[in-house]
Design a protein around this ligand. Structure first.
Ligand code: PBG
Length: 333
């Protein structure tokens, strides 16, 4: 902007803050139910809603309860839900074959939702960690993560999700070359409409801790994920990864975690102008809920403020565990 603002008292910025009506009139960003993707945890059984202790208010649901949750989400105006399976430890193996079992938990939940609540978009997660005996997103041999062998497995996993009816596939594994390989496989197997939302800039973060509890991967994980997830010190690298994933066929891209990486959201949106999402991850949710439960912050206000920050940073939408709570609040206005 080249206009120099006039000096006080000609300019009194408080004039445009004087009432709710005027603040609404000059507001630059809005948060809407259209911006929300709700991540939910699936487990086996029937009629089960099991609390996740490190994520107050979040539960793991059996497939029948997942369908109810999808109905509720659709009625609230939430456009998409994202499924994460809590896999029975007995099904975790070194070859991770449960990941592409057409009848695994994630695929059963997808099918059930597509029958009962066809209007909601179902997003699924591509990565081996829920099925891997060592908790990693890729195959591990002699302490090394095998990239190319993992990509072959991820392709099988993605195809099984597309067959089950997933609308959006979200590779969260951070292997190189997986977007192109999955895109090719979708094209050649009659799934050209299935969207890829790439976890393009996914950082090796301490904020994933509660999620690993929720999917039962915390105890399993050996070591850390720093050889495939990004170094929190890097920013230019995120732009290179986003460029690569778009060129390989990603329809949408994600930055993850969210709140500590708003600068990355803004750079990605400005540079590429593609649909850009942030994942407000489990640890971010837990921080807000934990502080709110202790009476240290107003949880409702912190929720809305944190989500608005993503819009201000240029995001088109947010994956957030707050989705139903904030949708209820938005709808009540
Ligand atoms: C793993 C995956 C993770 C999350 C989504 N997919 C955790 C990890 O990389 O260890 C984290 C989401 C959250 O913390 O809410 N494929």
């Amino acid at each position: 902007m080249t206009v120099t603002p006039p000096a006080f008292p000609t300019a009194r910025p408080r004039r445009t803050r004087q009432s709710a009506a005027i603040r609404g009139l000059v507001r630059e960003n809005t948060l809407s139910t259209d911006d929300l993707i709700w991540p939910i945890f699936v487990r086996d059984g029937e009629g089960v809603e099991e609390p996740v202790p490190s994520m107050p208010g979040v539960v793991r649901r059996s497939v029948d309860k997942i369908v109810e949750a999808a109905r509720e989400a659709a009625d609230l105006g939430i456009p998409a839900i994202c499924l994460f399976p809590y896999t029975d430890p007995a099904l975790k193996t070194e070859d991770c074959a449960e990941a592409w079992n057409p009848n695994n938990l994630s695929n059963r939940a997808t099918r059930a939702i597509k029958v009962a609540v066809p209007e909601i978009a179902v997003m699924t997660d591509v990565a081996l960690d829920p099925y891997n005996i060592n908790g990693h997103d890729g195959f591990v041999v002699d302490g090394q993560i095998l990239n190319d062998e993992t990509v072959e497995a991820l392709v099988k996993q993605a195809l099984s999700q597309a067959e089950a009816g997933a609308d959006i596939i979200g590779p969260s594994d951070m292997m190189d070359g997986r977007i192109g390989a999955i895109r090719d496989a979708l094209e050649t197997n009659g799934h050209s409409d299935v969207m890829l939302l790439s976890y393009a800039a996914k950082y090796a973060s301490a904020f994933y801790g509660p999620f690993r509890d929720a999917v039962g991967a915390s105890g399993a994980l050996k070591g850390d994920k720093t050889t495939y997830q990004m170094d929190p010190a890097n920013s230019d690298e995120a732009l290179r990864l986003v460029a690569r994933d778009i060129s390989e066929g990603a329809d949408m891209v994600m930055v993850k975690p969210g709140m500590p990486y708003l600068d990355i959201c803004r750079r990605v949106k400005d540079r590429f102008g593609v649909p850009t999402y942030a994942y407000q991850v489990s640890g971010e949710y837990a921080m807000i809920m934990g502080a709110a439960q202790n009476g240290w912050i107003d949880g409702d206000k912190a929720m809305v403020e944190s989500l608005m920050a993503f819009k201000r940073a240029g995001c088109d939408g947010i994956l957030t565990y707050f989705a139903p709570a904030v949708a209820r609040k938005l709808n009540a206005r």
